[in-house]
Design a protein around this ligand. Sequence first.
Ligand code: SF4
Length: 490
Amino acid sequence: MPSYELECNLPGNTANMENMVRAVDPEAVFTTGSADYRIEITVSGTKQELTCEGRIGGRQAAQISFTDREISDPRYGMDAFAQRQKEMVRKGVLLLLQKSGASPLPWGILTGVRPSKIYHYLRDLGFSPAEVEERLRDQFVLVPEKAAHLTAVGEVQRPFFRKVAGRLSIYVGIPFCPTKCHYCSFASHPLTTHAHLVEGFLVALAYEIEEIGKALTRIGLSPATLYIGGGTPTVLTVSQLRDLLNRISHSFPLGELLEYTVEAGRPDTLDREKLKLLRDYGVTRVSVNPQTFNPCTLARIGRKHTVEQLEAAVALVRTLDFPCLNMDMIVGLPGEGEEDWDDTLEKLLAYQSENITLHTLAPKRAATWDFSQVKAEIAEERVACWLETSRTRLSSAGYYPYYLYRQRRSVGGQENCGYTLPGWEGIYNIIMMEERSTVLGLGGGGMSKWFDPVSLKVSRTPNPKCPATYRGRIKELVAEKVNRLITSAN
Ligand code: SF4
């Protein structure tokens, strides 16, 4: 494992530099003294002009120097200077590593989950889309395709910020699945081992839904969007599902709901009766997730469903007239090559689902798989190309991108991106990623995000992922949430 020693003249930049190095070299370890590489960064100057100088010593020594006068633009506020210094430190590190042999990173110095945040920050300051795109390339070192992609996504999203201003959304987490997919790192417990926890969990969830419903009615707030996710909510029995949907419809003021989504990801949990229930209770958007159309890969990744089950589930969704169908796919699955992805894409497009979400495989430590065992079978160097081809083919079929996010360790440093046919943007996805309104997270692993419209910042309060812990703490969790809701309404 390559070791790095990092030094910067600005205090408090160690984690900043380490993040950047790890984005280039995920195996990096950090030491003081006798490292393979020593990186030194010096950032100096004023609000009118900042200069970064850097050197990397070791096997491939190199130096860089660049100046930034763009920070003098009067549209930036006082807080921008400290932020720009940090960005220049990251940029210095990245340019040094590239100069000593590393490949360019698709997302440059944007190492976080939400690259679109910087887009909206700059647009809010008054920069035009073209000006932001230019800055994404120059200051943030995005490759041109990603800068253009992010600009396209950002412009689709902005009207939705106005649409949901002053409103909140609700997420309900059902943290169970029939079995655990090998690559999964979500808050999901397989029924094969955790079925005994379901009833107790649902009792606690019923209490949370009723109490939050009462609070919302009391303060006169109606949700803009509602999303039941997980896990796989449709793993519940028909009677459990009916009870849940019934409680939701009687507890929450849903009169002005813009979108009601249920994750029905695993086709092996679906039948006509469950889907009809969803439709009868007003669900407008369901997600049925093929991930791949290759049956061997499906078996390999532990999905435990067949392509035929997927086809049957989608046919039911269409027969029952759900307005919006989303299909999730994963690019870069082990053992898949050019022909597999081509074939999957062709089959996917034939469904003409209103939404398509392309995920890049992200080998996470929380997954049951030991990814080091399958690393050699992941076509890491081809993933960028497949995503690009997909973008082109989706665009020809009438889709455009509307939300995106990144995950640490995703193959090739690529992103996850949601595409839509015109007018079918998944509004909850935009809200949840861009954090421009409050989301109440109920159920297992539900994350509440409290949005402050003045600072545009969010604070988070998580529900436990473990169903038993959730049940044990339910009174305290609900009391905190209700209290915060009432306080923020006053
Ligand atoms: S269906 Fe989704 S949430 Fe459930 S185990 Fe598979 S990847 Fe995880």
